[in-house]
Design a protein around this ligand. Structure first.
Ligand code: DX5
Ligand code: ZN
Length: 218
């Protein structure tokens, strides 16, 4: 089994000290950045200018999670800015394959995300055009919510297709991941674990990253 990846979510960091907060998670595999537009989700966070500054402030690859409407228009600029991974929501797009193509053409990996209530079956075919599947394990919009174990069946279904060679992508999970829930997600075949409050809500975020990675590998 490859080493589990941990992606701290800066949604739980101090937004007035973002550059320092990236240094607090040295050793993280990706830095997860939640972009919310107050339309697709009932919350507003940050946008392209902040992501551009974050990319300059850290060597950790930036994992953009776009919880926004109109990803066809808004997603490619995050790739052009130098994000490692640009993920948008299946529910927000009429033509996810075209958006993935534009993200890749702009130099980033393309990710598709599904809310807890969105089935994965209709999207299995198009996952061939993606580098990441982000399974939401809380309703998108806010940090600090409780993990929804029922979404793990989606991770398991996609893991099976990855293991059989039919798909080639990273299975990522986001929402309510902590020391108590990470093992179940790992068991379901998740490769990359987003954690906001379980990392930035602790006194030693770098240690929290190491500890979550160890728990996922057990
Ligand atoms: C929620 C965001 C998550 C959030 C996770 O919509 O997509 O990335 O930061 O926070 P925790 O880990 O606290 O559930
Ligand atoms: Zn997220």
């Amino acid at each position: 089994m490859p080493t589990p990846m941990i992606a701290p979510s800066i949604l739980s960091a101090d937004f007035a000290r973002l550059a320092e907060e990236t240094q607090a998670v040295t050793g993280a595999d990706w830095l997860h950045v939640d972009v919310m537009d107050a339309h697709f989700v009932p919350n507003l966070t940050l946008g392209l200018p902040v992501v551009q500054s974050l990319i300059k402030a850290t060597d950790i690859p930036i994992d953009c999670h776009l919880m926004i409407e109109d990803p066809a228009i808004w997603a490619p600029p995050y790739a052009e800015a130098g994000a490692h991974n640009v993920t948008f929501h299946a529910e927000a797009s009429d033509d996810p394959i075209a958006v993935a193509r534009d993200i890749r053409a702009a130099g980033a990996k393309a990710g598709l995300s599904v809310k807890p209530g969105t089935p994965i079956e209709p999207y299995l075919e198009i996952l061939r055009d993606f580098d990441t599947l982000l399974v939401m394990s809380v309703e998108p919009g806010f940090g600090g919510q409780s993990f929804m174990p029922e979404v793990l069946s989606k991770a398991k279904a996609v893991r099976k297709l990855v293991d059989s060679g039919e798909l080639r992508l990273i299975v990522e999970i986001d929402g309510g991941i902590n020391e108590d829930t990470v093992a179940a997600a790992a068991e379901a075949g998740v490769d990359c674990f987003v954690a906001g409050s379980a990392v930035y809500g602790t006194a030693d975020p770098a240690q929290a990253v190491r500890s979550l990675r160890a728990k996922a590998a057990e």
